[in-house]
Design a protein around this ligand. Structure first.
Ligand code: GRF
Length: 203
């Protein structure tokens, strides 16, 4: 399978995906990194791994529509079976969602449907939840609202702040995202409405 990754920043989840491809636990090749941020550290990670990079610099476009036109054609040019949003910090417009329906997944650092949107870990701390985690889900037209493929949870400990909780959740993200991508690439992810069924591994 061919996968393409969209990332806006540090790219530690992207790195986890590259590592899993390197270790052959994800049966795929990463054909492209697309970023909206020319300063993203993810670019360095891609270059190190020999993954082609497309920068679609958000600030170079006069409107969100013009940006999304460019993004849509860059994505189409990847000819990817799966698009992975790994710390891509923008809302994906409906044209892109429709163009790649069922082929685009996102990692979110909360147990959805709790705490969608920005600063999910901070939201969890201030709400006072005792369990937090991450979710890998299909992208639909809502905010972090598509069918959930995998979740993993971590405790919220006495004295945690946004930073310590984020670090604990991030470790789980680095496992959950490659795991979800593997399942998808193995053809084991079935979506029926809101429900995602994980099929057993073929013998
Ligand atoms: C992760 O916590 C991801 O869930 C969130 O943004 C962060 C990106 O981290 N959407 P990285 O760029 O993968 O290191």
């Amino acid at each position: 399978k061919r996968i393409a990754v969209l990332a806006s920043g540090r790219g530690s989840n992207f790195q986890a995906v590259l590592d899993a491809i390197g270790a052959e636990t994800i049966p795929a090749e990463c054909v492209c990194l697309i970023t909206d941020n020319p300063g993203a550290y993810a670019i360095t990670r891609a270059e190190r791994a020999g993954v082609p990079v497309r920068v679609i610099d958000y600030s170079a476009y006069s409107s969100k529509d013009a940006y999304e036109d460019a993004l849509l054609s860059a994505m189409a040019a990847c000819r990817a079976d799966l698009f992975v949003l790994a710390g891509y910090m923008r809302i994906v417009g409906s044209r892109i969602v429709e163009a790649f329906a069922g082929r685009m997944i996102n990692i979110h650092p909360a147990l959805l449907p709790a705490f969608p949107g920005l600063h999910a870990q901070r939201q969890a701390i201030s709400y006072g939840v005792k369990v937090a985690g991450c979710s890998v889900h299909f992208v639909d037209s809502g905010m972090d609202s598509g069918p959930i493929i995998i979740q993993a949870c971590v405790p919220v400990l006495e004295g945690d702040d946004e930073e310590s909780l984020s670090a604990r959740i991030l470790e789980e993200e680095h496992r959950a995202l490659p795991a979800a991508i593997s399942l998808f690439c193995e053809g084991r992810v079935m979506v029926e409405g809101r429900q995602v069924r994980i099929l057993p591994r073929a013998e």
